[in-house]
Design a protein around this ligand. Structure first.
Ligand SMILES: Cc1cc2nc3c(=O)[nH]c(=O)nc-3n(C[C@H](O)[C@H](O)[C@H](O)COP(=O)(O)OP(=O)(O)OC[C@H]3O[C@@H](n4cnc5c(N)ncnc54)[C@H](O)[C@@H]3O)c2cc1C
Length: 469
């Protein structure tokens, strides 16, 4: 029995699902609302510049994804470059190496403040040894319990609030457990303190992000386009400009209602792979979803992002590929300069800055005109003495409504409610950054999609065996 699969969304998750499904003999169609597949992994290359939605290097953030990334690179990565990471952070008016070691942090602070942080840190560690610090619910508690409140106030708190738009007291510690536990900041702090006192260079900072990453020569869109071409070559049918607007199960099969350029259409299938944001998926399922699940889903929110590209008549601005800005007085929290990835990412003698500004959909930043956003960035960059406005020859703006899932306090319970409900639905698989509400990169999206198709296939073969028996 051939199974028919419909894939919702055409980012790297949806495209990988379409590729895997077609290659394993399943009939598959994919629906992407915009006119071009690729999602956040696609490129917006303009005027001879490679421009992505923020730097999109490919690497494995966890062991499980290593073979998949290797396979994808072997198949679709003939043009990948290996890039040595160069990053820094602008902190209290100074540019410091990033990831920032505590040694640099203390050097950037006045002596008394550094001393207060060290004392606070040591006191916190001693207290932690003497009594169980328990499970911290909020980001603020989690950091303060481990590194002391001074470091939280000075460094961690303001940056998190700027990026996520919520105070650390409202951010959950759960995402930290996933992102930071593997980094072991405590170890880093301990080593940095040792380095300061023994005057020996600190050991390399533990990081989830390796020091090298792979980058397609023409931008990350080149990679996702190749995955797309692979899916089409294997027999997947992709529809661009087709928006999913409803989803239901009649007890035997799924129906997907679509707005297409030729008008409304309905497609049916045995299985669905979703990569749309979880709250969207729940609203597509409509009134059949219990109110408690709908309420839980509506509490899963995303941080949006506007990306302002400034085209400059200058060879380069930074030596780094990206620079973090922690000051709340500056609109951007990170600026990427693709020129510094490798030669060829910008036309000769010119560069572009790719400024990431996080916001909420509908707020003053999100609804600002492109000109107003560009002006905010230019004025701030002038204030930092990085550029002169006469050097700016143009700009463009991209808007990402669902850049980061927001892990506020209580979101784990809401997420659990939604995922538990979805697991009860027959052959409905949800995958990817927004489809799982996880702060993950492309490697894990590829993994999710691969697992979803494997689950559909294994059920299909069980059904086949049952029919033959
Ligand atoms: C600033 C930034 C930097 C990043 N840096 C990296 C990095 O260095 N390395 C890395 O690996 N990852 C990085 N990521 C993460 C990476 O972008 C994501 O993990 C990945 O692109 C998510 O892919 P996806 O397919 O799950 O979602 P998306 O790419 O968002 O795809 C979902 C698709 O669904 C479509 N859609 C939405 N609604 C509908 C509808 N109703 N009907 C049909 N289609 C619909 C959307 O148009 C979109 O194309 C970064 C992300 C951001 C925001």
């Amino acid at each position: 029995m051939t199974k028919r699969v419909l894939v919702l969304g055409g980012g790297i998750t949806g495209l990988t699902a379409a590729l895997r499904a077609a290659e394993s003999g399943l009939e598959v169609e994919l629906f992407e609302a915009t006119r071009r597949t690729g999602g956040m992994g696609g490129s917006m290359n303009e005027r001879g510049f490679v421009l992505d939605h923020g730097i999109h290097g490919l690497y494995s953030a966890r062991k499980e994804t290593q073979p998949l990334v290797r396979e994808m690179v072997e198949r679709f990565g003939s043009d990948f470059l290996t890039i040595q990471k160069k990053t820094s952070i602008h902190f209290r008016g100074r540019y410091l190496k990033y990831p920032m070691g505590m040694k640099e942090l203390f050097r950037a602070l006045p002596l008394l403040t550094s001393a207060r942080c060290v004392l606070d840190f040591v006191r916190t560690r001693v207290r932690g040894r003497l009594k169980d610090i328990g499970v911290a619910e909020s980001f603020e508690h989690w950091v303060s319990d481990r590194f002391g409140h001074s470091l939280y106030e000075i460094y961690f708190g303001p940056y998190v609030e700027k990026v996520w738009g919520l105070p650390g007291t409202r951010m959950s510690s759960a995402w930290l457990a996933r992102r930071i536990s593997q980094i072991s900041i405590a170890t880093v702090v301990r080593r940095a303190l040792k380095a300061i006192f023994t005057r020996r260079p600190p050991d390399e900072m533990h990081s989830l992000q390796p020091q090298t990453f792979l980058y397609p020569r023409l931008g990350s869109g080149q990679f996702v386009d190749r995955v797309r071409d692979g899916a089409v070559a294997a027999g997947a049918v992709l529809h661009e400009g087709w928006r999913v607007r409803g989803l239901r199960h009649d007890g035997a099969r799924w129906s997907v209602e679509l707005d297409t350029p030729e008008g409304p259409q309905t497609k049916t299938a045995d299985a669905i792979v979703n990569s749309l944001p979880l709250p969207v998926l729940i609203s597509l399922l409509g009134e059949t979803v219990p109110p408690a699940v709908r309420e839980a889903a509506s509490g899963l929110r995303f941080r949006a992002m506007t990306i302002v590209n400034l085209f400059l008549e200058r060879e380069r601005i930074y030596g780094d590929q990206w620079v973090y800005y922690s000051s709340p007085d500056l609109p951007f929290n990170r600026i990427n300069e693709f020129t510094n990835l490798a030669p060829g990412y910008s036309p000769p003698g010119r560069t572009a800055l790719n400024c990431e500004i996080t916001c909420f959909t509908g707020d003053a930043t999100w609804t600002s005109s492109d000109e107003a956003l560009a002006e905010r960035c230019i004025a701030s960059l002038e204030r930092l003495r990085l550029i002169r406005r006469e050097e700016v020859s143009g700009h463009s703006v991209a808007r990402l409504p669902n850049a980061y899932p927001i892990f506020d306090v209580g979101c784990e319970t809401r997420l659990d409610t939604v995922l538990r409900y979805l697991r009860q639905q027959p052959e409905l698989h949800t995958a990817g950054r927004q489809g799982r509400f996880e702060y993950i990169n492309m490697d894990e999206c590829i993994w999710h999609a691969t697992e979803a198709i494997a689950a559909i296939r294994s059920r299909a073969s069980r059904v086949d065996e049952g029919a033959r028996a």
